[in-house]
Design a protein around this ligand. Structure first.
Ligand code: PLP
Length: 400
């Protein structure tokens, strides 16, 4: 296990909520920032805040250098072939929308997604399908929330032009075999996008080994601020595909007769980006790497095991997702609405999420409107799991 003292690196976790020390278990929604990340943001605004790429003065040059250094750090963290494959976006949703707006499809083409997807990896594809006459097909999952690989193979046909699948389910913590799925799709000539919003905080990422064409994630789920995200794309595809948003930065030359476009990544970065957010995200990766991703993974695995074991013993509880889930543990207490359970737990200082987790089709698959979800980060402790279990038990006696 990682030392309990790691929590001290996260100032927000030192506070009390409802008179109880805060136990923060809503990390799949947004994780907390360590002092090193807050300090990187603060230094940016105190020392180098300026617009990038366009200025000759000192601050503009310093901000540009910090921004591009951040891109280099992020590229190295995810194993990009070159930093030019790393596009700054406002988040995972923005990154997926970008891809869904630069790929053209024909009527009858198919976009293959899965039952486990977050709305962010459903709706942009539905909008693309509406625009083009393409069709959405969906990989089903079993009672454990595990994707049916046989169904996946039979749904992957010559009509399948895009596979967009989440690496880790934000609702159930299911880890999909994305490497194998991407390999099958690539062999089929299908463009692949992996939603890594819930993978990047927990797993080592190597886009070369993964083999996908696109990977999307958000900074705020991986110990960095909100409003920053990444789209990684294979360079030759980014070079071939058209731009999306128009504006400054994404151009080579503009005349009233027409415009030529910049090379990737700038071609996809119209307007002033979230400069501080990118720098802070790089600082978050530096911080995670100083701890070690494998240590983070082992620690979180132990937390998950302990949580599933202790919650699983509560009478009337149902745990969703497979045993080897990571990050998120969804559960329901028979006869209790998830909202009531979440509210009572919060009064005991334990922050969990309730609802559909932006996965309404997944909830519909299980015939429910939502769950209560505890989601873990490496700063969580076994003591936090005890607090969660005690709170759920207490709530159960009050509500049943
Ligand atoms: N994909 C997954 C799997 C998520 O969990 C989330 C957020 O919860 C998103 C996409 C969307 O991320 P954001 O709201 O940061 O754009």
């Amino acid at each position: 296990m990682l030392p309990v003292s790691l929590k001290l690196d996260f100032p927000i976790l030192g506070q009390s909520v409802n008179g109880k020390p805060l136990v923060y278990l809503d990390n799949a929604a947004t994780s907390q920032n360590p002092s090193a990340v807050i300090e990187a943001s603060r230094r940016y605004y105190e020392e180098i805040n300026s617009n990038i790429h366009r200025g000759t003065h000192y601050l503009a040059r310093a901000a540009t250098e910090a921004h591009e250094n951040a891109r280099n750090t992020i590229a190295a963290h995810i194993g990009a072939a070159t930093p030019n494959e790393v596009i700054f976006t406002s988040g995972c949703t923005d990154a997926i929308n970008l891809v869904a707006n630069i790929i053209s499809l024909n009527p009858g083409d198919e976009i293959l997604i899965s039952t486990l997807e977050h709305h962010s990896n459903i709706v942009p594809w539905q909008m693309l399908a509406e625009r083009t006459g393409a069709k959405i097909t969906v990989i089903p999952c079993d009672e454990d929330g595990v994707l049916d690989q046989a169904a996946f193979k039979s749904l992957l046909t010559e009509k399948t032009k895009i596979l967009a699948v989440t690496w880790v389910s934000n609702a159930f913590g299911t880890v999909n075999p994305v490497r194998e799925m991407v390999a099958a799709a690539k062999a089929n000539g299908t463009i692949t996008l992996v939603d890594a919003a819930q993978a990047v905080p927990h797993l080592a990422i190597d886009v070369q080994a993964l083999g996908a064409d696109f990977l999307a994630f958000s900074g705020h789920k991986t110990y960095a601020p909100t409003g920053i995200g990444i789209l990684w794309g294979r360079l030759e595809l980014l070079e071939q595909l058209p731009p999306w948003r128009g504006g400054g930065e994404m151009i080579k030359e503009v005349t009233f007769e027409g415009t030529t476009y910049n090379a990737p990544p700038f071609k996809y970065e119209a307007g002033t980006p979230n400069i501080e957010g990118g720098i802070a995200l790089a600082a978050a990766f530096d911080y995670m790497n100083a701890i070690g991703i494998s240590k983070i993974h082992d620690h979180e695995e132990a937390l998950m095991r302990a949580a599933a074991e202790s919650l699983g013993e509560i009478p009337g509880i149902r745990l969703y997702g497979p045993v080897d889930r990571i990050g998120a543990l969804s559960f329901a207490l028979e006869g209790v609405h998830h909202y009531d359970l979440g509210t009572l737990i919060d009064q005991m200082g334990v922050a969990v999420r309730t609802g559909h987790h932006c996965c309404q089709p997944l909830m519909a698959r299980f015939g429910i409107t939502g769950t209560t979800r505890a989601s873990f980060a490496f700063y969580n402790t076994l003591e936090d799991i005890d607090s969660l279990t005690t709170a759920v038990k207490k709530a159960a006696t009050m509500l049943l």
